[in-house]
Each structure stands twice: as structure tokens, then as C-alpha cells.
Design a protein around this ligand. Sequence first.
Ligand SMILES: NC(=O)c1ccc[n+]([C@@H]2O[C@H](COP(=O)([O-])OP(=O)(O)OC[C@H]3O[C@@H](n4cnc5c(N)ncnc54)[C@H](O)[C@@H]3O)[C@@H](O)[C@H]2O)c1
Length: 253
Amino acid sequence: MSTPQKVAVVSGAAQGLGAAVADELASRGMRIVVVDINGEGGTESARKIAERHGVDAFAVELDVADADALDRLAERVLAEYGRVDVLINAAGIAEDAETLDVTNETLQRVIQVNLFGTIVACRAFAPALIETKGAIVNFSSIAALAGVRPEHHVAYDATKSGVIAATRTLAVEWAPHGVRVNAIAPGYSATPILDGVGANTPEIMDAWISQVPQRRLMQPSEIAKVVAFLASDDAVAITGQTVPADGGYLAAK
Ligand SMILES: NC(=O)c1ccc[n+]([C@@H]2O[C@H](COP(=O)([O-])OP(=O)(O)OC[C@H]3O[C@@H](n4cnc5c(N)ncnc54)[C@H](O)[C@@H]3O)[C@@H](O)[C@H]2O)c1
């Protein structure tokens, strides 16, 4: 009997780290569901992945803060592909504001997308993942594990700490069902999210890189390989953990 082709659902996969993870998982033969609030970018990302790796891929435009939409998505993926093996929660946003100046709306939106969105996505896909004894990888950040500088984003940092706690809790809750839940904590990585927190200001870029022992930004493909490992059977003994991939940033703190 041939092994069934695995299915991965990847949020935030229109660009950046999510797109790199979707590409890496497709290179390992998985069918891919690209989930992103950017519908056009998601469609283009799914098209490229399908073309490059010869796997099925489709895109769904969706706000991960919409819990009902995630429930409908889980039904749709099961209807189209019949199974879900991997869930990657990479969709995320960061505010760029000093805490004395940040608006309530901004704080609430960051919490809704990064923390609520991650938890409700895990819940929506858990029944399908229990069927396949699948794996989840959530996106935390070095900003959950150290006070980052010189930029300011208190809601971002708090939500990424919340993702670590949710990852641990869900790992313990779902281990008896055979589902593993881990998180990655990337260091500063070369994606568009950094443009919103100062990447175009040379002094800020220099300040980031000077704090990284490897003296560079992480590349999306490097983060993707760690995520793919955590999602794979090679990581069967690992659950409830948050793995930094940061060029030594946290080790030097
Ligand atoms: N790049 C870094 O330095 C870095 C470091 C640590 C953690 N992270 C985390 O990695 C993840 C990916 O970040 P990135 O660097 O690729 O950023 P990015 O901005 O390049 O990509 C984020 C993607 O998420 C999508 N998205 C945003 N809000 C959404 C929503 N409500 N619903 C659905 N999709 C939504 C965006 O459209 C985009 O395609 C994020 O969770 C981020 O916090 C990034």
C-alpha cells in the first residue's frame, strides 16, 4: 500500500517565513494550503509552489482572527484533500510604537491576530490532526524570550510569549491523541515584517545585527528547515518546546 500524500496548512504563506515554510514542505512532497489575508499574494505563492514542486496547492484568503472562517477552512480542506497532517501558524503582525503612544485598537489587533488567531487555528484543525497524529508548529519570536531593542512593540512581545504558553499547554493536552505542538522563535529574519519596525533605517539595522553573534539576519529558507524538522517524524520525541533559530542572539543575552 502506498503512503498517502501529506497535507500541510500554512498561514501567513503569501510571503516571508510562511511562504518559505510552505515551499520547504512542498519540496518534501506535501500538498499545501496557503492561508493569508492577502488573497492575491496567497494565490501567487500557491501557484509558484505548485509549479516548482509539482504538488497540489491552493490558497484561501482569510483573516486568522476570524475563528468561524478557520472552522470553515478546516471543513474545506478535509473536503478537498481528505486529511490534514501539518498546521503551521506563521501569520503575524507587529506594531511599531512606544507603549505610551500605542492605540487600544493597535494593541487589540495584534493580540487578535498573533495570539487569538494562533489558538483558534490550533483548535479548528485539532480534530483533523488527531486523525493523522499530525503536528503543529506555531510562530513565536526572540522577542518573547528577551527584551528586544531598539524598536518597541509590547503587544507583539506579549503575544509571542502567549504563543509559547499556548504551545506548551496544547502539547500536553493533545499528546495523548498523538498530536505534537511546538513553536519556533526566529531571530531577526530578512522578510517584509522588518520594514515596519525600522529595517530601512541603517542605525536600526546595525543595532540588530550587532546583537547577533553570527552578525547577519536569518534567511527565510533557514527558518523553514527548522520548522519542517519540527513538523516531521524526525522530531517525534519533541513536543511542547519553543526552538530559537536566531544566529546566537539569545545565547548572547
Ligand atoms: N521576520 C522576522 O524577523 C521574525 C522574527 C520572529 C518572528 N517572526 C514571526 O514569523 C511570522 C512570519 O513573519 P514574516 O517575517 O514572514 O512577516 P511578513 O510580514 O513577511 O509575513 C506575514 C504574513 O502574514 C500575513 N498575515 C498578517 N496578518 C494576517 C491575518 N490576520 N490573517 C492571515 N494572514 C495574515 C501577511 O499578509 C503576510 O503574508 C510572524 O508570526 C512573525 O511574527 C518573524
